[in-house]
Ligand binder design. Structure first.
Ligand SMILES: *Cc1c(COP(=O)(O)O)cnc(C)c1O
Length: 340
């Protein structure tokens, strides 16, 4: 039942207030009780490490309502593991997997009326964050943390249809350092990507395709999404220490293999784009966002991927299969959904 006055079909990707969020504090060496809050504010010390030294990690996952009216949460265990890895990367206290799962289920259950109806293309976005809370001026890890999960209903990503957009390569910006924080989901990486992203948007591109920050020879990822290409029928996606391991990319690779498509995770050079049949940016927000053209702004080279302005057949199949599993329309043979 959705008893709210939200216009589901016109929902964007903004913050929509819901009834509750859930929180848990790490103090005196242990995690406390789960707290349910109706406030969308937090009370924190002005000297907290999250504010001064960027001790902040986050996650993003979604819940979907099926035709059967049941709510399905996609691969939450993977997000639980990844935020632990991110936390360890920034010397933060990792949230136990069981606590993460319990809190996700609780916050979705409490806000069930905000899980959009089946058929609208909308979903409930689940955003866990962890912050270093200790008041200190010296540069060292906090001893106190808070883990919060907020949710917000979000509209369908492809409002004007599932179709390709153009992206660009720019060598003047790096998102992360070669042995830096790229493999972890940290807010600071996003702050570091804003100037490149805004420049790309102002030039009419939907995203930046970053190159590896060391040699600038290999493809890394598309800002907040991984990148893959279909080349001679093979699913090719960059292997790199400076990209975030996307759960969507992992899911698409699994679906590809299951459909007899070979998968290669390896270094991919910029030149290889010359011989690519399809390409897409993949992540929770869009699943797969097909790429029409990739413009290298430094060399002037334009790689035309989609000749007819339509998504390719492999990307379309992968997208439909993954969305079908999330909605409960296609059998969840990989056991990815947690049904509420
Ligand atoms: C979250 C994120 C992705 C996508 O990961 P998913 O698990 O598929 O949502 C890709 N790259 C970066 C940098 C990210 O932060």
């Amino acid at each position: 039942m959705n008893n709210t006055d939200i216009d589901w079909s016109n929902l964007g990707f903004g913050y929509v207030p819901t009834d509750y969020n859930v929180r848990c504090h790490f103090r005196d060496g242990k995690w406390g009780e789960i707290e349910v809050s109706t406030s969308d504010k937090i009370d924190m010390h002005i000297a907290a490490t999250a504010l001064h030294y960027g001790q902040e990690v986050f996650e993003g996952l979604k819940a979907f309502r099926g035709k059967d009216d049941k709510i399905r949460i996609f691969r939450l265990e993977e997000n639980a593991k990844r935020i632990r890895s991110s936390a360890c990367g920034l010397m933060m206290e990792p949230v136990p997997v069981e606590l993460f799962k319990e809190m996700v289920l609780k916050v979705v259950e409490l806000n069930a009326r905000f899980v959009p109806p089946y058929g609208t293309g909308a979903s409930l976005y689940i955003r866990p964050i962890e912050l270093g809370m200790t008041a200190q001026i010296g540069v060292k890890p906090a001893s106190e943390y808070v883990f919060i999960i907020m949710v917000s209903p979000v509209g369908p990503y492809f409002k004007s249809g599932f179709k390709p957009t153009n992206i660009c390569i720019m060598r003047e910006f790096d998102r992360v350092a070669p042995q830096g924080t790229g493999r972890w989901k940290v807010g600071g990486n996003y702050a570091a990507s804003l100037s490149a992203g805004e420049k790309a948007h102002s030039l009419g591109y939907s995203a930046v395709l970053y190159l590896d920050p060391k040699e600038k020879r290999y493809l890394d990822e598309c800002g907040p999404a991984n990148f893959y290409a279909i080349k001679d029928g093979v699913y090719v996606t960059p292997a790199s220490d400076s990209i975030l391991p996307s759960i969507t990319n992992d899911s698409l690779m699994t679906i590809a293999r299951h459909n007899g498509i070979k998968v290669e995770q390896r270094h991919v050079t910029v030149d290889e784009l010359e011989h690519v049949d399809e390409a897409a940016a993949c992540g929770t927000a869009a699943v797969a966002s097909p790429v029409g053209e990739i413009d290298d702004l430094d060399t002037g080279k334009k790689y035309v991927i989609s000749k007819d302005g339509k998504p390719g057949p492999v990307t379309t199949m992968l997208y439909n299969t993954l969305r079908g599993i999330q909605n409960g329309d296609i059998e969840d043979i990989f056991g990815w959904n947690t049904i509420l």
